[in-house]
Design a binder for this molecule. Structure first.
Ligand code: AMP
Ligand code: GLY
Length: 421
């Protein structure tokens, strides 16, 4: 089969490495891919948001199956457009991708169907939002309605911070149209768990749980980033919590989307907080997480391509989905200065004796060299029998990847290890 993967980050590299194992995959194209993905797939210089370009390429090259990985093309209707020309896809149609594309949609969905989440108010006018903030409980959480490159959430620890956040979204339009409508919600506390799931719209099959580390610096200091590392499984996600989540969150969400005429097929990502009142939904994503995928898929014990096609066909109930009884740790190596300002163009070398997977996110190939080309450059993932082993192995291998201006967190998985102890 000819497979096309839309996207070009570490998540897509992990997806591609996994589907490469499938005997069904003969050729894999990545649009646009990156300098590291180029070692595992044929990269084609078509951007992930160029829906017309993607459809044209897929038609001309007789693609048999497409995997649309990032949020933007999903929300823009890439799956709808590919289906229209007869190409089956992994990923939700636009009317279901809205579960990530609009926070107001997802909050209203949860309220309507009784799915546990933070209490909230929606605002479309600046004055009303400012009036509400006068005596809203603090801390509070301000969220831009639309996609904002993962930056549209502000945790305001003071009233002034909350006012600033609302003004910058609604008045200064720092996120463009994404912030013209906002959600102000209750501040929740508790450990966070990411659960990615496969769904065909009938059944939902959770993957191994994981934990992201969003802050740039050790001890959860510094700015929010796309994610500086992950571990799986997440020790806070016990069997008891998993069954509560299935009954109160996962199945009700799939059923709610069906009831709304917005059947979700693909990877539905549940961002959860285990609060003192039980697990609650912090966010839904309509896709695999990045860098969660870089620890979840290496633990998948099976044919990812077949599982994906079962999601598309509606036959997921018949498909075994198993995970190794092991742990994984991914340490992201970024460019000094990320997530604000950083230099690019430094050569990357990887020692031949590395005992970890390297998933490349921001790099380009120039001749035989691979040069840094982004904030998050790559992730180093190791697998171990225990979480401690996986962390240890990941950090032993990080120094085997070298580039100028590299920085990474030294405490990925430390909080999870403490929870186990
Ligand atoms: P999101 O982009 O929705 O994942 O939010 C980014 C991060 O903000 C989450 O991973 C949480 O750490 C935090 N967050 C979002 N909503 C809340 C909330 N209601 N209470 C506390 N923290 C939150
Ligand atoms: N790592 C969080 C996300 O992919 O949204």
């Amino acid at each position: 089969m000819k497979i096309m993967v839309v996207g070009g980050g570490g998540r897509e590299h992990a997806i591609i490495k996994k589907i490469k194992e499938s005997p069904l995959a003969e050729v894999i194209y990545a649009l646009p891919g990156n300098g590291g993905i180029a070692n595992d797939a044929v990269c084609v210089d078509i951007g992930a948001k160029d829906i017309d370009g993607i459809v044209k390429f897929a038609t001309e090259n007789k693609i048999d199956y497409a995997i649309v990985a990032p949020d933007d093309p999903l929300v823009l209707g890439c799956v709808d457009a590919l289906n229209e020309v007869g190409i089956p896809c992994f990923g939700p149609k636009a009317n279901a991708a809205i579960i990530e594309g609009s926070k107001i949609f997802s909050k209203n969905l949860m309220k309507k169907y009784g799915i546990p989440t933070a209490a909230y108010e929606v605002f479309t006018e600046l004055d009303a939002a400012l009036e509400y903030l006068k005596d809203a409980p603090i801390p509070t959480v301000i969220k831009a309605d639309g996609l904002a490159l993962g930056k549209g959430v502000v945790i305001a620890m003071t009233r002034d911070e909350a006012i600033d956040a609302v003004r910058s979204m609604m008045e200064d339009k720092v996120f463009g149209a994404s912030g013209s409508k906002i959600v102000i919600e209750e501040f929740l506390t508790g450990p966070e768990v990411s659960v990615l799931s496969f769904t065909d719209g009938n059944v939902v099959v959770p993957m191994v749980s994981s934990m992201d580390h969003k802050r740039a610096l050790d001890n959860d200091c510094g700015l929010n980033t796309g994610g500086m590392g992950t571990i799986a499984p997440n020790p806070y996600y016990t069997d008891d919590i998993a069954s509560v989540c299935m009954e109160k969150i996962f199945l009700p969400t799939i059923n709610a989307m069906n009831a709304e005429g917005r059947t979700f097929k693909g990877c539905l990502y549940f961002g959860l907080m285990i609060t003192p009142d039980g697990p609650k939904v912090i966010e839904y994503n309509c896709r695999f997480g990045d860098p969660e995928t870089q620890v979840v898929l290496p633990l998948l014990d099976g044919d990812l391509l077949k599982i994906m096609m079962a999601c598309t066909d509606g036959t997921l109930a018949d498909m075994p989905v198993k995970f190794l009884d092991k742990s994984a740790c991914c340490v992201i190596m970024a460019s000094e200065g990320y997530p604000v300002k950083y230099a690019k163009g430094f050569p990357i070398t990887v020692d031949a004796d590395i005992e970890a997977e390297v998933y490349v996110a921001g790099a380009k190939k120039v001749g035989d060299d691979m040069l840094t080309d982004g904030g998050r450059v790559l992730g180093v993932t190791a697998i171990g029998d225990t979480l401690a082993d996986a962390i240890d192995k990941a950090y032993k291998n990080v120094p085997k990847v070298k580039f100028d201006n590299a920085f990474y967190r030294h405490d990925i998985g430390a909080r999870a290890l403490k929870a186990i102890k």
